[in-house]
Ligand binder design. Structure first.
Ligand SMILES: [Ca+2]
Length: 437
């Protein structure tokens, strides 16, 4: 029978080795998972074309049954089913397509599986003979790749050749958020009675939520020049928005903005531009200075398929011709990292959305009159990870939150066990009675 001394030292050595091994393995795996975005992020991404020869795709949405709906600015709502783009449009909306206007935003109801409600944002002419344009948000019922029963939810949003906003997205609160541009009439952005130059918030039936910041009004924030993208940070719940800066107004250019949108706040346009340090207005958390991105659709990335992008805020840029990858501080409203990918590779980018498959879908906008379209433009691109390491994820049981307590527990137990063996006592909670005595 081995002596207590030999048993104790052998046990201690074995436990220490196990503890070290667990820490070592998890360190290796975690360091692989925690790669920073610095340098050559693009080489880790694989790009495939999902659909081509499109006409200015503007917004994309994923149905729970696997179908992918998207808008084309010329007025077509289209669908990809079983991986194939249907030649026939789901609907042809009678839109005004002057300059930046047309069929823009698209959202599916959070309860689409049951109610088949589909929401569109589009520009129309006030009358057939009028040059007055408006934008509106309407709800339709989708039925076997057609849409029926239009119900106008929000109407007479000022529209124009330029600055039509147009993104619509459901928030985690179940409300529908709408980005409205200033319609090139900048004074409207500061007018609380106008729907132009605002972030708007409505119920899914068009009603005004009781907790909106201005009673009876869909206005959620104001002083927004031409916002075209918004999403909610999964780690903090904050609403982050993209906004085009000036293109010659009052002699100013560029200064595109990323803003954290808070209810009832004034984001400055046209009284101030970029970061103004003026307490009357909320400053952007990022401005592009003299560089123009022309930021459009944007999404936070939630999935595990592309680990380097997890929780990053991704921005599709038009003039900038890249996808901007932004890291936001989880505690403060500030940007802590910024890296462009796909610079000049696919041209102008209109929207980026995460699919239910965990891949990213990016819409090009090279036929919008400002690009240099390739033969097969426009396209919908699917972004995945090119590296097998990057596409695998660290199992949850190897996360630090688990590993550290586990290692500490092993250490404490073995230390206590060694002590007990040396002193010949044993705590009943370690359940070792009879084994070593
Ligand atoms: Ca601003």
């Amino acid at each position: 029978m081995p002596s207590k001394t030999i048993t104790t030292s052998t046990l201690s050595a074995a436990a220490a080795a196990i503890t070290l091994l667990v820490i070592l393995i998890s360190s290796i795996l975690l360091s692989a998972n925690a790669r920073s975005l610095s340098g050559n992020e693009e080489s880790k991404l694989k790009v495939e074309t999902v659909a081509s020869n499109l006409n200015i795709p503007w917004s994309i949405a994923f149905a729970p049954d696997g179908r992918i709906f998207f808008t084309e600015r010329v007025g077509d709502l289209r669908v990809i089913e079983n991986g194939t783009l249907k030649a026939q449009a789901v609907a042809k909306i009678d839109v005004a397509t002057v300059g930046e206007s047309g069929l823009l935003g698209l959202a599916l109801d959070p309860n689409f599986e049951k109610n088949h409600f589909l929401y569109l944002y589009y520009t129309y002419s006030a009358t057939s003979s009028s040059s007055t344009l408006y934008n509106r948000v309407s709800r339709f019922t989708e039925k076997q790749n057609t849409i029926l029963n239009e119900k106008v939810l929000l109407d007479k949003i000022p529209a124009g050749t330029y600055h039509d906003g147009g993104r619509i997205r459901f928030g985690p609160d179940g409300k529908l958020y709408v980005t409205a541009g200033d319609a090139a009439n900048r004074i409207l952005a500061q007018d609380p009675s106008s729907l132009a130059g605002k972030i708007l918030r409505i119920n899914s039936d068009g009603g005004i939520p009781n907790d909106n910041p201005f009673s009876g009004s869909p206005v959620y924030s104001y002083g927004n020049r031409n916002p075209e993208g918004l999403d909610w940070d999964p780690s903090t719940g904050r609403l982050v928005e993209t906004e085009h800066g000036p293109s010659g107004e009052m002699g100013f250019y560029a200064h595109d903005e990323i803003n954290v949108i808070k209810p009832g706040k004034n984001y400055g346009w046209p009284n101030v531009i970029g970061i103004a340090h003026d307490s009357r207005y909320v400053d952007p958390i990022l401005q592009t200075g003299d560089t123009t991105w022309a930021p459009s659709g944007a999404s936070f990335y939630h999935a595990d398929k592309i680990p380097d992008l997890k929780y990053k805020f991704l921005v599709a840029t038009l003039r900038g011709q890249h996808l901007e990858v932004l890291g936001l501080d989880p505690k403060e409203d500030k940007v802590v990292s910024s890296e462009p990918v796909f610079q000049d590779k696919y041209g102008r980018l209109r929207d980026v959305e995460e699919g239910p498959d965990g891949y990213l879908y990016v819409l090009t906008s090279n036929r919008d009159g400002r690009g240099s379209p390739a033969a097969d433009d426009d396209r919908i691109l699917r972004i995945s990870s090119s590296s097998s390491v990057a596409s695998s994820t660290v199992p949850e049981f190897l996360s630090w939150q688990f590993v550290l307590p586990f290692a500490i527990t092993i250490f404490v137990l073995t230390t206590r066990l060694s002590h007990n063996l040396r002193t010949g006592t044993c705590n009943s909670s370690t359940n070792l009675d009879g084994r070593y005595q």
